[in-house]
Design a protein around this ligand. Structure first.
Ligand code: HEM
Length: 447
């Protein structure tokens, strides 16, 4: 019991900053899973950069945190060097709220999804063609290619016809990869070829190039009196009076947020379907029924692909691309029987929430039927949070679903996927829930 009559929060009480335990568990996502199994739905644990960290894996208890509009600075400071106008992950609520409204008006809007859909189809079919050629030469590392595809889609989305030629899109994609690879290598202390200085210089050059491309699109938007918007995202931010630096930051941040997440969502879905061939055949039947002899869905077809959507949701439950989120308590909170003081770092352990056996019976079992309307109706709303919680949740959620469903429809219509027998698939955290040495698959064309 604490002096105010609340119970003290359970958790490991060993000394130190907790880093050794996190590393030994194989990352924070795994560590949180273990803590919740051992100590229950609310745990307290030491964490470098946070005096006290509290993780909440119960969807009903999570409601007490759902309106918090602040992230802990320290945990996200690794992203600060990529931003000119303040770290978008941690800007204060009064700056974040109007920015979020603009983002949602574009990213969450059907008009924008439809406008970019044709381009997305071309890119998804392009990958399917390349895989058809490559498949006869052996297994394919699907995660790598799918992440590249989602980055390319986001690049087209964010910069649109502002790109002078397809080669410029290739250059943007590769510059972005340079920046991100360097950033992640530093964060996760991964050994990379070259000296620190060489890699740093390369990343700085790539970042400057990316910023100049956004500036060009913005300048073109202003020059033609906004008659022909090259990018609806950049145009909306400009019209809302966001500064050029904030617009550059936003484009970079959306590319970063959209890149690996959508790619890994699709790759984990293919991974699970390869282990559940009956489910894969059911998806293929649905695609035949809805698409007839077409190779790709139209935008309006997506809502008819109800089984595919359930499969994608169930895959993101078992392998949430973003395995956790974080907030800073802005006031004293009561979480169940526990008192949580203002200033506490709070975690949304998304993976542990999705595997909570109280709301997900036999949580390790892949069963898309969990997402029928009937089964979903009985579940607390925060039992399923692949896109996070509340005012800092993912603005790209609906766009991500459109992209992922389209890519899956194109690929599953065209191929059967099998896992290669001699390759272990190990989930690790690399900003997203990644497979350590990719997911290698053998593809067979469907007739
Ligand atoms: C399957 C794909 C995706 C998943 C699973 C995902 C998941 C997430 C998660 C868990 C967060 C943190 C939310 C929180 O703290 O509560 C987030 C933030 C964010 N995501 Fe996504 N995301 C995906 C795709 C995208 C796409 C396609 C975009 C943009 C086009 C995007 C843009 C963002 C942005 C801008 C944020 C920062 C939110 C803020 O601070 O206001 N995401 N995403």
């Amino acid at each position: 019991m604490t002096p105010d009559g609340s119970t003290s929060i359970p958790g490991p009480r060993r000394g130190g900053d907790g880093l050794a335990d996190i590393v030994a568990a194989g990352g924070l996502h795994n560590y949180q899973l273990r803590l919740h199994v051992e100590y229950g739905p609310v745990v307290q644990f030491p964490l470098p950069g946070a005096e006290t960290a509290v993780s909440v894996a119960d969807p009903v208890l999570l409601e007490a945190t759902a309106k918090i509009d602040e992230r802990p600075d320290k945990l996200f400071e690794f992203l600060a060097p990529l931003q000119e106008s303040g770290n978008l992950q941690t800007i204060p609520a009064h700056e974040h709220t109007p920015w979020r409204r603009v983002l949602l008006s574009v990213l969450g809007g059907r008009r924008s999804h439809e406008a970019h859909f044709g381009q997305f189809v071309t890119l998804a079919r392009g990958l399917a063609d390349r895989w058809a050629d490559a498949a006869s030469h052996g297994p394919i590392a699907v995660q790598q290619d799918l992440s590249a595809l989602s980055l390319r889609m986001m690049c087209e989305y964010a910069l649109g016809s502002g790109l002078a030629a397809p080669e410029q899109a290739d250059r943007v994609v590769s510059a972005f990869e340079d920046v991100l690879t360097e950033q992640l290598a530093r964060l996760y202390q991964v050994d990379m070829p070259g000296t620190d200085e060489e890699r740093g210089a390369r990343a700085r050059q790539a970042l400057a190039y990316l910023r100049s491309v956004v500036d060009d699109v913005l300048a073109a938007h202003r020059a033609d009196g906004a008659q022909h918007n090259a990018s609806d995202l950049i145009a909306a931010l400009a019209v809302a009076g966001q500064s050029p630096a904030r617009i550059r930051d936003t484009v970079l941040m959306t590319m970063m947020a959209a890149h690996h997440t959508t790619g890994v969502a699709v790759s984990w879905t293919l991974y699970l379907l390869a282990q559940h061939p009956d489910t894969a055949e059911r998806v293929a039947d649905e695609l035949t029924r809805v698409l007839g002899d077409r190779a790709a869905p139209g935008y309006a077809d997506l809502k008819k692909l109800t089984y595919l959507t359930m499969v994608l949701k169930e895959s993101m439950r078992l392998y949430p691309p973003g395995p956790y989120g974080a907030r800073e308590a802005t006031e004293d909170l009561r979480i169940g029987e526990y008192a949580v003081p203002a200033g506490t770092t709070l975690f949304y352990p998304i993976w542990a929430v999705h595997l909570n056996p109280e709301y997900w019976p036999s949580p390790e079992v892949f069963r898309p039927e969990r997402f029928t309307a009937a089964e979903s109706a009985g579940r607390p709303r925060l039992a399923y949070i692949p896109f996070g919680v509340g005012p800092r949740s993912c603005e790209g959620a609906s766009l991500a679903m459109v992209e992922a469903e389209l890519i899956l429809a194109v690929l599953l219509r065209r191929f059967r996927f099998e896992l290669t027998a001699d390759h272990a698939v190990v989930p690790i955290e690399r900003f997203v829930l990644w497979a350590a040495d990719d997911i290698w698959m053998t593809l067979t064309p469907r007739r």
